[in-house]
Design a protein around this ligand. Structure first.
Ligand code: PBG
Length: 354
């Protein structure tokens, strides 16, 4: 029986005002609600599940002795190195097996070429070594980009053009990024994650790592990283906002999805092990598209602004935090993400059984 016929039939009965007693049964054979009848059945038919193993926790830290609450990201802390080590153990005990590191570098170490990024005794390599000591099973992922080290707050080396305009130099930046990646690998990083969006950096980093004997170190490429307004709270956390201009000459235009596939093809060819879409929530179609186009694992980054929106709405009592966080992450996974970087990782690990 077609839906249309069924509708006509119901309207006829209603018009007659009869036949709608408690024994009345519609003559439909297909009822989707049968599969939603009980928690047990819903569990059997559920298509997407979140696991602690899907989660990657981004962490912030600095070289000061104090752990500082991050104002722009309520619930997040910028750890001292000592505080971070305690956090790593706590996080591991919750079942989280991967972290990505974001340092706040002191102003005095920043420069226009970001040279501090490849200092083997710098904050990041020291932290990597300590994490591997405290918690050898933790997968340590590092961000490869110059912004925390750049006195200009850009992901690459900045030059001024003939008309005073800012130029972010591509090839010169890639050379420094290769040194940064090797520095992280030497310290024990498992995966490096170039987030800079320079052209050719994945291939160059792959070659540099291999030549330095780090062929086992993986590359998680920020493949489709958009020039998004959702990064605001993160830049507040690290004091890394561009001093001048914006990042639109290297990060992607929010209107584009074919271009994400183009970036994907380049990153695949250049040897990426994992590809990423960032932000996640407003770009679910991009996640789904990359999932369809590649056999590589796809990561998605639920960024600081997505985190803050949920936190703020819940702090106001407007939304139920646990329910909304789980739904937001499930949506990202359903769209096609194999793994998710999220500031909620710790909460989620406490909420789900694995
Ligand atoms: C830096 C970097 C940024 C984020 C991750 N790596 C900021 C930016 O590109 O300006 C943003 C993460 C977030 O907002 O949670 N290359």
């Amino acid at each position: 029986m077609t839906i249309e016929r069924e509708g006509r039939r119901i309207r006829r009965r209603l018009a007659k005002g009869c036949g709608m007693g408690k024994d009345w049964v519609m003559e439909i054979m297909i009822r989707a609600r049968r599969n939603r009848r009980s928690a047990a059945i819903r569990g059997l038919v559920r298509e997407t599940r979140l696991s602690v193993e899907d989660l990657i926790l981004p962490v912030f830290f600095h070289d000061d002795a104090e752990d500082v609450a991050i104002e722009s990201m309520p619930g997040c802390t910028r750890w001292s190195v000592e505080g971070l080590m305690k956090e790593v153990s706590a996080v591991y005990a919750l079942g989280i097996r991967a972290m990505v590191l974001f340092p706040k570098i002191s102003e005095s170490l920043k420069s226009s070429d970001g040279a501090e990024c490849a200092n083997n005794d710098g904050l990041v390599p020291r932290v990597i070594r300590e994490i591997k000591e405290v918690c050898p099973g933790m997968c340590v992922i590092t961000d490869v980009a110059l912004d925390p080290y750049s006195s200009d707050g850009h992901d690459g080396i900045v030059m001024r053009g003939d008309h005073g305009e800012l130029k972010i130099l591509n090839d010169e930046t890639v050379e420094v990024l290769c040194e940064q990646a090797i520095c992280h690998a030497k310290a024990g990083a498992d995966i490096v994650a170039p987030s800079d969006m320079m052209d050719g950096r994945v291939g160059a980093i792959r070659v540099a790592l291999d030549e330095a004997g780090f062929e086992e170190v993986g590359i998680m490429a920020y493949t489709a990283k958009y020039a998004s307004a959702f990064y605001g709270p993160f830049r507040g956390a690290l004091d890394s906002a561009p001093k001048e201009g914006d990042k639109r000459s290297y990060q992607m235009d929010p209107g584009n999805v074919r271009e994400a596939v183009r970036e994907l093809l380049m990153d695949e060819e250049e040897g990426a092990d994992i590809v990423m879409v960032k932000p996640a929530g407003p770009y679910l179609d991009v996640i789904a598209r990359l999932r369809d186009e590649t056999t590589l694992p796809v990561a998605a980054y639920q960024v600081s602004g997505e985190y803050l929106m949920i936190k703020a709405a819940c702090a106001g009592g407007w939304l139920d935090e646990k329910a909304v966080v789980m739904e937001s992450l499930l949506g990202i996974k359903r769209a096609g993400a194999d793994m998710i970087l999220t500031y909620f990782a710790k909460d989620v690990a406490g909420w789900i059984k694995y």
